[in-house]
Design a protein around this ligand. Structure first.
Ligand SMILES: Cc1cc2nc3c(=O)[nH]c(=O)nc-3n(C[C@H](O)[C@H](O)[C@H](O)COP(=O)(O)OP(=O)(O)OC[C@H]3O[C@@H](n4cnc5c(N)ncnc54)[C@H](O)[C@@H]3O)c2cc1C
Length: 413
């Protein structure tokens, strides 16, 4: 009698611990050379493992009720208790929780250590290629050291994550779930940078970090698809930084359906257009000999000023008194509403998560497949993506814990 966990990542390691603590015998099959590889890369190597301000509204999925229910059962408090029991301390930065060591490696290490203590067998370099259910058992087929191998199990926990960040292998969790008859919501890159069609502007402003707001709009449509405020990072190809990440899943889906999307940037959301206009007009009347460049450089990063003035087609070395109202309005328009036509996003390998995945309507509140008894599907393989800030790992721990406990209890019977 045993449980096979496919994938020794965040959700899989948690599920293995939860099940093994119930006395279950566990084999983990992991395609990478070591367990928890993605965890090491999280939070810029610091691992933002949860967030004290959790709500289902921070997630996107067809089934937000499942998320709400999951967070009620296993929220940030339970995550912290779980890691405390593994020996960890924390740092809390405005609700964003990190290990006290400041090292993501700590998180992976305590998980793996606990698995070993519980006798969980972790087989690395083992790529699962298919899962088949015979009458009451599962056959799990995998490749290891160029050999085709097969293992039997009573319960399978599919925790193979996604290929986001360039991790995993070509036989993804969703592929394995599809073989098992599950419906897959189209997968797109999320929490990723946006590519824009404004080459000259981006060349001039590349490297600038500016606190601003990004609005995602569809051409010809009223309203905003998504928006976020924070530090925008302007690059040679487009827009990165947390605000771009937060809107990126909507950009990915919009572009996938062929919509024409624009990112509209406000480089100083604290000041309205009229406040800026008044400021510029005061400069014109009181200091008419000042150049546009100098006036705007007192408000914005100098490189950004150069990019805005060039895009507006106004020579920055001109004295403000010599400019026309139309020219000044044009410059302000670009400061408050720089429209960047979007051409794409970074691909999945350069993204933090994958939106889409196994339809959450096809799993129970314990993350058991409604199609195949004793198959559990957890973590990012499901159609659940959270915003930046510890929400994705939180879902991985929570779904792993709930599924692992449920599976472990069955094993005992
Ligand atoms: C660069 C980066 C930074 C991030 N930072 C954060 C952060 O700070 N906070 C946060 O909340 N989220 C962060 N995330 C997202 C978070 O890491 C993931 O959402 C989370 O790891 C998902 O957990 P999982 O268990 O579902 O998948 P994973 O952690 O990806 O684990 C899946 C495992 O399955 C293995 N696998 C895949 N296919 C197979 C197969 N066929 N056979 C065997 N094994 C297989 C993979 O190798 C992998 O080890 C970040 C992601 C990236 C890429």
């Amino acid at each position: 009698m045993k449980i096979i966990v496919i994938g020794a990542g965040a959700s899989g390691l948690t599920a293995a611990i939860a099940a093994a603590e119930q006395g279950a015998k566990i084999l983990m099959l992991e395609c990478a050379s070591k367990p928890g590889k993605k965890i090491y890369a999280t939070g810029n190597g610091k691992c933002n493992l949860t967030n004290r301000n959790l709500s289902a509204a921070n997630y996107r999925s067809a089934d937000l009720a499942l998320i709400g229910h999951t967070l009620e059962r296993f929220g940030s408090r339970q995550t912290m208790e779980f890691f405390e029991n593994l020996g960890m301390f924390f740092k809390d930065k405005n609700g964003y929780v990190y290990p006290s060591t400041g090292q993501a490696a700590t998180v992976a290490e305590v998980l793996v250590k606990r698995c070993r203590e519980l006798g969980v067998e972790i087989s690395c370099d083992s790529k699962v290629t298919s899962v088949r259910k015979t009458k009451s058992r599962f056959s799990v087929f995998y490749e290891k050291e160029e050999k085709q191998l097969e293992e039997q199990a009573d319960i399978v926990i599919l925790a193979a994550g996604s290929r986001a960040g360039g991790f995993g292998c070509e036989v993804t969790g969703t592929k394995l779930a599809k073989f098992c008859g599950h419906r897959i919501i189209p997968e797109v890159p999320a929490l990723t940078a946006l590519h824009g069609n404004a080459t000259k502007f981006f060349k001039l402003v590349s490297g600038v970090r500016v606190d601003g707001t990004i609005f995602l709009r569809e051409e010809g449509k009223k309203g905003i698809l998504s928006q976020d405020t924070g530090e925008l990072q302007l690059t040679s190809y487009g827009i990165s930084g947390i605000p771009a990440f937060q809107v990126s899943r909507y950009a990915s889906y919009g572009l996938k359906r062929g919509a024409k999307l624009n990112a509209v940037l406000d480089f100083l959301p604290e000041y309205t257009y009229h406040m800026l206009w008044d400021k510029i007009e005061t400069e014109r009347t009181c200091h008419g000999n000042r150049t546009l460049e100098d006036i705007f450089a007192a408000i914005y990063h100098r490189k950004l000023v150069c990019g805005i003035l060039k895009t507006a087609g106004v020579d920055g070395s001109r004295k403000i008194k010599s400019t026309s109202p139309e020219e000044r309005k044009r410059v302000l328009q670009f400061c408050k509403q720089m429209v960047i036509p979007l051409t794409g996003t970074n691909d999945l390998s350069a993204s933090q998560v994958c939106a889409g995945g196994v339809d959450t309507g096809e799993v129970t509140l314990e993350f058991q497949s409604k199609k195949i008894e004793n198959l559990y599907i957890i973590g990012e393989t499901l159609d659940v993506d959270g915003i930046c800030g510890g929400y994705n790992l939180q879902f991985a721990w929570a779904s792993g814990w709930i599924a692992g406990q449920d599976a472990g209890r069955k094993e005992r019977k």
